[in-house]
Design a protein around this ligand. Structure first.
Ligand code: PMP
Length: 397
């Protein structure tokens, strides 16, 4: 009998499916479709990292690594946390996994019992809520809007806490909004968590280096809650290494031990070659990252300037990541004479069909009034696609 477990049956299909399907159809017809939907840098992995990977193969890094990762990588991560974030973590508090996504999956599996609540600010990275569901936890979503720069307030956080709250899960810089919490904002949250020692704060810092003119701050810096915080990070975004699949946690020892036990039964340590490449990435000066960020900064300004020309679009100015998350709800109810735009999914398909540009509907991120535009694309493609979007939206009356 074909029966999938309830656990897996309750997961949502990828929200980008309809747009991806339509995009394929258009491409098959020879139409030049531009994708602004991707969640990864469009740069190549720096050569010195590729060289380290090649050397690792020649040096026969081909056997199982220790479950939490090679000692050299744990040391490079510990050093990096000290150097970039001012955080002290011993190497036995660090567990390396197959990408930060896997790190978060491990954490939630280690933390959540059936019915436990996880507080997640919206808009959120789609995977968060799916992983909470998978572990039979309850998502407690705190809504925000473009008017508050998509940031939650301490009062909202306090109101969301119940005796069943087990974790708070957030990303700063944020995917999908690009918002970045300041030190003062994080301090206010830390003051609240200090009153609730049973709550574990999962701080997803995967975009930490991709910030514009500001410094990334970690919530783990506040001593009074350090034992409640897990830092999640990885090499995917900063070093254009998404396919290498290396992410990590720095956690209180008991939680690192639990993640290690789980990982030992589930996946073992991550790819040995990728680990050695990551040692090279993390030990190097951040020049290549900075060069990439300069490009992203220029593109961000270009996209914001182009969006400002479009009546009816409202957007925040993202301080980090490589996404802009405009509110397009002023178009709801409008039509080009053929289709009516009733929600962000409709808008995603409309933009694809009429501006031949792939963007992601905000629905899956818990923001049904927005769309996500990734600027991990060339300036030429960004200019062309945003001009097309402007023309297409002008037909909606
Ligand atoms: N967190 C956030 C907020 C992300 O956007 C992503 C990648 N899209 C990840 C974690 C996971 O990154 P990876 O698994 O490639 O390390």
């Amino acid at each position: 009998m074909e029966r999938v477990s309830d656990r897996v049956a309750c997961l949502s299909e990828s929200a980008t499916l309809a747009v991806a399907q339509k995009s394929r159809e258009l491409k098959e017809k020879g139409i030049d479709v531009i994708s602004l939907g991707v969640g990864e840098p469009d740069f190549n992995t720096p050569d010195f990292i590729k060289d380290a990977a090649k050397k690792a193969i020649d040096d026969n890094y081909s056997t199982y690594s220790p479950v939490p990762g090679y000692a050299s990588l744990l040391k490079a991560i510990s050093d990096k946390l000290k150097r970039d974030n001012g955080l002290e973590y011993a190497t036995n508090q660090i567990i390396v996994s197959n990408g930060a996504k896997h790190s978060i999956a491990n954490l939630l599996q280690c933390l959540i019992n059936k019915g436990d609540e996880v507080i997640i600010p919206a808009p959120y990275w789609v995977t968060y809520i799916e992983l909470v569901k998978l572990n039979e936890g309850v998502n407690v979503i705190i809504p925000t809007t473009v008017d508050s720069d998509f940031k939650i307030t301490p009062a909202q956080l306090e109101a969301a806490i119940t005796p069943k709250t087990r974790a708070f899960l957030f990303s700063s810089p944020s995917n999908p909004t690009g918002s970045v919490y300041t030190k003062a904002e994080l301090k206010a949250f830390a003051d609240i968590f200090a009153k609730h020692p049973n709550i574990i704060v999962i701080s997803d810092e995967i975009y930490e280096h991709i910030v514009y003119g500001i410094k990334h701050e970690s919530i783990a810096q506040f001593a009074k809650i350090k034992d409640q915080v897990v830092v999640v990070n990885g090499v995917s975004k900063a070093f254009a290494m998404t396919g290498y699949r290396i992410g990590y946690i720095a956690a209180p020892l008991w939680l690192a031990k639990a993640a290690n036990k789980l990982q030992g039964q589930y996946t073992s340590g991550p790819c040995s070659v990728s680990q050695i490449a990551s040692v090279a990435a993390l030990n190097a000066p951040l020049d290549t990252v900075q060069a990439m960020v300069e490009q992203f900064n220029k593109r961000r300004d270009l996209v914001l300037a182009k969006l400002a020309e479009i009546p009816g679009i409202k957007t925040s100015k993202p301080d980090g990541a490589f996404y802009v998350f405009p509110d397009i709800s002023s178009f709801f109810g409008k039509s080009d004479g053929t289709v009516t735009i009733n929600n962000a999914d409709d808008m995603g398909l409309f933009i694809l069909s009429n501006a031949f540009t792939g963007v992601v509907s905000g629905e899956a991120f818990g923001a049904p009034e927005c769309i996500r535009i990734s600027y991990a694309a060339s300036e030429a493609d960004l200019t062309k696609s945003l001009d097309r979007i402007k023309a297409a939206l002008a037909t909606l009356k």
